[in-house]
Design a protein around this ligand. Sequence first.
Ligand SMILES: C[S@@+](CC[C@H](N)C(=O)[O-])C[C@H]1O[C@@H](n2cnc3c(N)ncnc32)[C@H](O)[C@@H]1O
Length: 430
Amino acid sequence: MSLPGIDPGFQFEAVAPERLPTNTTANRHAIHRWFNFIAGFAPEFVAEHCPESADGILLDPFAGCGTSLVVAQASGNRAIGFEPHPFFVRIARAKTAPPPTEVRLRVIEEVLLNGAAAALPQSPISGPAQTFLAKLFDEPTLTQLLAARVALEEAGLAEDDLAFLLLSRVVEMCSRSQTDGIYKAPTSRKKAAPPLDAIRDVIDEIRSDVELLDNRCSVPEVLLYQRSSEDMSVVETGSIDVVVTSPPYLNNFDFAEMTRMQLYFWGLCGSWREITHKVRAHLIVNTTTALTGHRDIQSKYRDEIPAPILSDLDRIVKALARERRQRPGKKEYDLLVYPYFAQMTRVLRETLRCLKPGGTAHVVVADAAFYGIHVSTPQYLASIMTALGYDSVTCTKLRDRGHRWILEKREGSPIGLGEYHICGKRGSGI
Ligand SMILES: C[S@@+](CC[C@H](N)C(=O)[O-])C[C@H]1O[C@@H](n2cnc3c(N)ncnc32)[C@H](O)[C@@H]1O
């Protein structure tokens, strides 16, 4: 059996370099298409760098929706991931768990369809969550979706990651707002699918992928830790063959805000404040919304950054602080720089420790610009890697990004932004 446009056997073909840092090919591939997001990279990028001998171990310190882990597993390798975000971690777990049986799929399908068709005696959400979701869905749709959620809980499926993934996809399909990518205000509109149709469509997609993959008799183990990769002490030193990852980019997505609809829908958070404390506080500081708790410890972060890039960062921080003082209401961009590079230093140090001698780290990351001030994140991360002791560090541009927006609007950077591939090895002498 073959599906139009779907590659059943994970036979990845080469794609143009500019697509490698994007999720634009993910929907061609079984499992990846169950749930992926705009901050994901292409499965092809991972496939290019996966260990050649099956039974290797791939590490992704920023696992997101699990692209690297799924590719590693499909090629017979084991994988380890870190992801502190309570929504993404469940999505990645659902995609890397052993394939569901037809019986389990039928049970989930029935519970969701019957649940969505039943009455909802009492809404499980209230307050800011209710107010926010009411903007993204029409009332009957939201009631049906919440009734499906309650039905899962009543059927004892609250902890079932596949059921969680499935209903999360349905929620996204049934929203009348554009909700993927940079958070769009509830005023942006898209076509909303009816819940019962969406449930059937998503189940059918999963069912056909599972049938296609039935010949995968044993699925290698994936360990996914719900915590920050700044501390990966659970991973044995020198045990990892390859690292394939993409961290949060500086001044790009706020991964907590991006998932606000899902966090509220699932009752994982009930207000903006809870989103900050339960989710954002555990993520790398990359946007000004994440500064709570980080403003007063700037010099502590600065102390952690390797010397070779400090004078550049000091210059950038000073320029941004001057900009903020001169223009009332400007954002605290100057306070992002030290926390971001200090936290990335921690992750890259841990990554080097985990790699086997001769093992390689592949990192996809973009540069940033704040009000005309350019920050060459890829080059700084490459310098940090060299300073930490990685060998043969290279940094290659994969594509231009946000060129028009950055250059023409909002007093953008004089330099166009891009996405880059940094590569560094653990030498045999460490
Ligand atoms: C660019 S996305 C990675 C997407 C992934 N490559 C994929 O294809 O789905 C970065 C991810 O890093 C996660 N993240 C942020 N801070 C983290 C931290 N301290 N430790 C581990 N992951 C973190 C975010 O939640 C987000 O899912």
